[in-house]
Design a protein around this ligand. Structure first.
Ligand code: PLP
Length: 421
């Protein structure tokens, strides 16, 4: 099936149950087992069915199967938020004494997770410059467990050299994880470019209307070829004492998401609510057409800002003179670049004025809503970063981030014009 069809049909058998056209919401915590033996079989992975909603849920399962196919992977696990997806993916492979290599351009919450919270768990983070990945290889050692980057970074709107990152990772047998939230699974599929694991905050474009917090982890086909007998991932090759001696690479099932489900989400409990999964199923149905409109609108707004005398710099890879233009043309569907753009006003005072004067844009710390959003990263989403971290991440006090919605682009441009004054 092609992606547009997958988004509407994959993972749901409408001939089952009452044949409801809409995927049912299984708003339940637990499930009645038909016998004690069947319950034991489920726990022993001899049979597959819902056990408890912290582990699996039929509504969530439709979303997982549909999203995995849409992203070009073989399996997925949904989580309660994007941060839960990122945290779960990292601790699925890294433990105290290990290190991870992260891009210098990441969402602020991911930066604090990797550089502060994980440090307290004994996992250290080394930072590489993802634009060209020139210093990546020298950072890899035998304790390196993964390389994490965003396909379109928030809020710098920068695109990494994905082929080079993947090529270096493959040479050293290190796992790659790509946060594909901003580009969206409609416009870019990292697995097609050799990435091992894709994570999303589905709270953004996937739900599409800012109605549900969620995250998802998708793994590529044949990840066993990287994990099996790889000393970096010894715990995938040894019996898991917490799961009656299960060896993840020997189950015949996609090992990465299986371990996240059975060992990580089982213990941390960061599972999605069935209702949120249902909202995400609705969102995914229209993701493709929404992303086209978000992208076209954003390009028009970026072109307008580019000509404004009070704007110093506009970052949007859809602009022909943007550093990311060639990469966007190569990687993204029809060169469409999603709805996020940032611009640097002439000074902090102008940035503050724009923030407080727009009428259609709302001051909100979210992205990917159908309604347009304006954010001042330095004082909000990235406030916890030190001045040095802000500078390293390319976030100046005059930087404004816009998440362009689905309104008429002419209205958005008029609103920004009056706000800039
Ligand atoms: N990754 C990116 C690129 C994000 O922009 C965000 C949130 O803004 C997250 C992850 C975290 O997602 P969530 O808010 O769903 O936890």
């Amino acid at each position: 099936m092609k992606k547009d069809t997958i988004a509407l049909h994959e993972g749901y058998d409408k001939t089952q149950g009452f044949g409801t056209m809409s995927v049912p919401i299984y708003q339940t915590t637990a499930y009645v087992f038909k016998s004690g033996e069947y319950a034991a079989d489920l726990f022993a992975l001899k049979d597959f069915g819902p056990i408890y909603t912290r582990l699996n849920n039929p509504t969530t399962e439709v979303f997982e199967k549909r999203f995995a196919a849409y992203e070009g992977g073989v399996a997925a696990i949904a989580t309660s938020s994007g941060m839960a997806a990122i945290f779960s993916s990292i601790i699925n492979v890294a433990e105290a004494g290990d290190n991870i290599i992260i891009s210098d351009k990441l969402y602020g919450g991911t930066v604090t997770l990797c550089t502060h919270t994980l440090k307290r768990f004994g996992i250290s983070a080394k930072v590489f410059s993802s634009d060209e990945a020139d210093n990546l290889e020298e950072l890899i050692d035998e304790k390196t467990k993964l390389i994490l980057f965003e396909s379109l970074s928030n809020p710098q709107i920068s695109i990494p050299n994905i082929e080079k990152i993947v090529q270096i990772a493959k040479k050293h047998n290190v796992l790659t994880i790509c946060d594909n939230t901003v580009a969206s699974a409609a416009l870019f599929n990292p697995i097609k470019w050799g990435v091992d694991v894709v994570v999303h905050s589905t709270s953004k474009y996937t739900t599409g209307q800012g109605t549900a917090l969620g995250g998802i982890i998708v793994e590529r086909e044949n990840l066993n070829e990287l994990l099996t007998d790889n000393p970096r991932y010894y715990h995938f090759n040894e019996p898991d004492e917490s799961y009656h001696g299960l060896i993840y690479t020997k189950t015949g099932l996609p090992p990465f998401t299986l371990r996240v489900r059975l060992a990580i989400i089982r213990d941390t409990g960061a599972a999605p609510s069935p209702f949120n999964s249902w909202l995400l199923v609705q969102g995914l149905e229209t993701l493709g057409i929404r992303m086209e409109k978000h992208s076209k609108n954003a390009l028009k707004v970026a072109q307008f800002l580019k000509t404004h005398p009070k704007v110093k710099k506009v970052s949007y890879p859809g602009l022909e003179d943007d550093e990311g233009y060639n990469k966007a043309q190569k990687y993204f569907k029809d060169g469409l670049c999603s709805g996020l753009l940032s611009f640097e006003a002439e000074d902090y005072e102008t940035a503050k004025k724009v923030l407080n004067s727009t009428k259609i844009f709302s001051i909100v710390v979210n992205i990917g809503d159908s309604k347009s959003i304006i954010t001042h990263p330095a004082s909000t989403t990235h406030q916890q970063l030190s001045p040095k971290e802000l500078e390293d991440a390319g976030i100046s006090p005059a930087l404004i981030r816009l998440s362009i919605g689905l309104e008429d682009s002419e209205d958005l441009i008029k609103d920004l014009e009056q706000a800039l004054g």
